[in-house]
Design a protein around this ligand. Structure first.
Ligand SMILES: Cc1cc2nc3c(=O)[nH]c(=O)nc-3n(C[C@H](O)[C@H](O)[C@H](O)COP(=O)(O)OP(=O)(O)OC[C@H]3O[C@@H](n4cnc5c(N)ncnc54)[C@H](O)[C@@H]3O)c2cc1C
Length: 399
């Protein structure tokens, strides 16, 4: 037994080892490049148009603006599908707003929107594409929200609703749980939308199948300038409806007078919040809105939920998205769900008693004060300014 073996473990000491000779490091193998997977597509970006009584809806023009950018990045065509009756002028308008091709289904049975006939015509058309179009865009409107999932389910493809941004980029799938899918997917649609109570922006991808689909809310994307010199092709497409497509019959259409709640098109929105204290406060806001050429009132959800004003006026995550030239927030705290619906307005003016109200973070001009003092003074000054303006122009006319 050696001396060391007689020692208790605590007292044993390791003899110092001679320093190991430095070994040259073996060269690391080059990581294998990811295989590129191209999901078959013809690179076409298609917008499903919306029209009411032959009038193309603004959301469609906005989608053409976003679609143009995606088509440029993909190097593909921008097209539009338009369904309805007596729509030649409307088809031309889509070309003036950037569509290179319009697939037109003009038929009396398509005059008013119904889910099954519209789904039939669109899926029939898309099935004729080989390979399929790359991207399909719809508005997050009542119609778009009804139609988009039907089309996505038909083609077993992904759909992201209520996007606030769209882009094109690559996706690397590295999850070894799907060995067949490992690889680099170029040219994916990045469908970007707020998530987790608006605290995060999620980028949602569906790279396995084309068309990749998304909806965007009215007022979020920016249309191209109308240009009547733009040219394009109008291609009539067949309408072959089946008996089962007629399950729903429209008995009557009651259209609400739009003029009072034309939030999407207004230049000035005067929006009221819980700080107004009751529905009567909106009378004052109407007076302020009337000082402007194209001014309307809007509201936060809390006042809509309180029954002070109908839902059509609600602005925000679960209401409308607006982008007026001027947005005047009166007695609105500026919760994130409200801000997402108005923060892209040209000029934001906020009036609030509380100097720390979050609405001031997005406002270009803030007035800390009581709406019932500030708004009447604004009205007085605007009216005085108008009178001054008209007397000046009268004098000019006299001269
Ligand atoms: C899933 C979800 C979706 C939602 N969607 C929406 C949406 O689409 N739109 C939306 O607006 N909200 C939405 N909300 C609600 C949102 O979170 C807020 O509760 C709401 O926006 C608050 O409304 P408000 O600012 O009018 O009221 P409050 O938060 O109560 O703010 C009132 C403000 O008025 C000020 N004030 C009080 N008296 C006066 C006075 N005399 N003069 C000046 N200022 C005064 C106060 O300082 C305060 O800042 C949603 C919430 C959830 C959870």
């Amino acid at each position: 037994m050696s001396q060391n073996e007689n020692q208790s473990p605590e007292t044993q000491k390791e003899a110092p080892k001679p320093a190991a000779a430095a070994q040259p490091e073996a060269p690391k193998p080059e990581p294998e490049p990811m295989r590129e997977i191209i999901t078959p597509s013809n690179k076409e970006v298609i917008v499903i148009a919306e029209q009411v009584q032959g009038q193309i809806q603004t959301v469609t023009l906005e989608l053409l603006g976003a679609g143009r950018d995606l088509a440029n990045k993909l190097g593909g065509k921008l097209s539009c599908v338009l369904l309805g009756h007596n729509l030649k002028d409307a088809a031309q308008k889509l070309i003036h707003y950037g569509a290179e091709r319009v697939y037109l289904a003009d038929h009396p049975e398509l005059e008013n929107y119904r889910t099954l006939p519209f789904r039939r015509v669109i899926t029939d058309l898309l099935q004729t594409f080989d390979p399929p179009p790359h991207i399909l865009l719809l508005g997050s409107t009542t119609t778009g929200r009804d139609l988009a999932p039907r089309i996505a389910a038909f083609f077993k493809t992904g759909l992201t609703a209520d996007c606030t941004e769209l882009d094109i980029g690559p996706y690397e799938h590295t999850n070894k749980a799907d060995p067949d899918k490992l690889g680099l997917y170029p040219g994916c649609l990045y469908a970007i939308r707020p998530s987790f109570g608006e605290s995060l922006k999620a980028r949602i991808l569906g790279p396995w199948n084309n068309p990749q689909m998304a909806t965007t809310r009215p007022g979020v994307m920016i249309p191209l300038q109308m240009d009547t010199s733009r040219t394009g092709e109008i291609r009539e497409i067949p309408v072959n409806l089946k008996p089962e497509d007629y399950r729903l019959e429209i008995m009557e259409i009651v259209r609400e007078a739009q003029s009072t709640v034309n939030l999407d098109e207004a230049d000035v929105v005067v929006a009221g919040g819980f700080g107004l204290g009751g529905s009567e406060g909106f009378e004052l806001l109407k007076e302020l809105a009337a000082c402007f050429e194209n001014g309307v009132i809007g509201a936060s959800r809390k006042v809509v939920d309180s029954g002070w004003i109908p839902y059509q006026y609600q602005i925000g995550q679960t209401g409308k998205t607006v982008r007026p030239k001027v947005y005047i927030a009166c007695g609105i705290s500026g919760a994130i769900q409200h801000k997402v619906g108005m923060q892209k307005s040209g000029l934001i003016i906020a009036i609030n008693k509380d100097a720390d109200a979050p609405i001031f973070q997005v406002a270009h001009h803030g007035i800390v004060g009581d709406v019932f003092q500030v708004v009447p003074e604004l009205i007085r000054q605007l009216k005085a300014g108008k009178q001054l303006g008209s007397s000046v122009s009268q004098q000019k006319t006299l001269v």
